[in-house]
Ligand binder design. Sequence first.
Ligand code: SAM
Length: 343
Amino acid sequence: MDVLTALNPGAEYSTKQLQFILGAWIVGSAFERKDKISLQNGDVSEDDYTKQSIYALLYSLYSSMGETRSETGATYQLTFNTWGYTWPESWGPCPNSPSDPQRFGKNAYTGLYQFDAVKEYVKARDGRVSVVELGCGTGAGAHHVCSHVLPKCTYEAVDMQQAAIATCRRKFVPELGGRLVATRADATRVAIPDATADFLAVCETHVTEMAGRTTPEDRRFFENARRILKPGGYLVWGNAIPDSTWQPCFDLLKDIGMKQIEVRDVTAEAVKARDEDAGRVDAYVEQCLDRFYGFRIPVLGEKRRAEARLALYNFYRNPGTNLYENMRNGTDSYKVVLFQKPA
Ligand SMILES: C[S@@+](CC[C@H](N)C(=O)[O-])C[C@H]1O[C@@H](n2cnc3c(N)ncnc32)[C@H](O)[C@@H]1O
């Protein structure tokens, strides 16, 4: 069993199933011809994983872990699958609590709506705006926006992963009195009617990952985003991606008729967030590894434990990993961008 490629985005795996899946992955290491996870920096080559499988594992894992403890002892359920950033000083006081273990993810979602043009648009409609998010994960950000950022909005949150959408429906949808809808779909094909959203939100969605170019999936993703937006509506998008990919994305967006309004670089704040978040990430990863019995198997279990720890650290861009270094040395940059569909 190769957990990097074999899991199903249409499934939500129970703890019992995860024990079995991880057990099979651990035993399978005896027959593996090459190590797919670097033991230096946790890197996994693009050819050795699929996002369908990785996120199927992660969202089932988050749900199975339930409440965990941060490094300071605060209890929380991990739902923000977001690197995020520290709140830039020039944006004014940080709206999210400094002791919240998921504050960087909350900052990233709040930050999508910090542009003056966005604030004016929302004010002109007395806050009654509609949002569609593509790649919402568990809907933690959708819940944060509906509760604290746009308290009068309606919101449709879309992700390809069943385990994430199931978490959203259990944990966040019931609290919001019909304002939040969670939809499982491929964001490049989701059947939302044309010209219905005031805002199309994209927060660290796993697209636009290829250095220096866009892919056919990226084009379909943005064409669908444009189609869903009302004329005059805004694409609000934040992510850390290869620095060389931003301009090809901007060119693609202009090519499909979107207008660039503003681009903000928050890479320094994103690195700072990873530094400040390292203790919480360490604590979370150890609790995950302790939960699954296979990692206690001598030799094979210990080897996979080391690989899983490093792969998770890299995924979270923890200091010392490949993805962290990429952000520190400028290979990757975190930007928050605003595009408008002309009226
Ligand atoms: C790093 S996670 C971020 C999730 C969420 N926005 C958050 O910040 O917690 C990337 C997400 O993009 C989703 N994703 C990537 N490609 C997608 C697609 N074509 N359709 C729907 N979801 C997609 C993944 O399933 C995953 O949930």
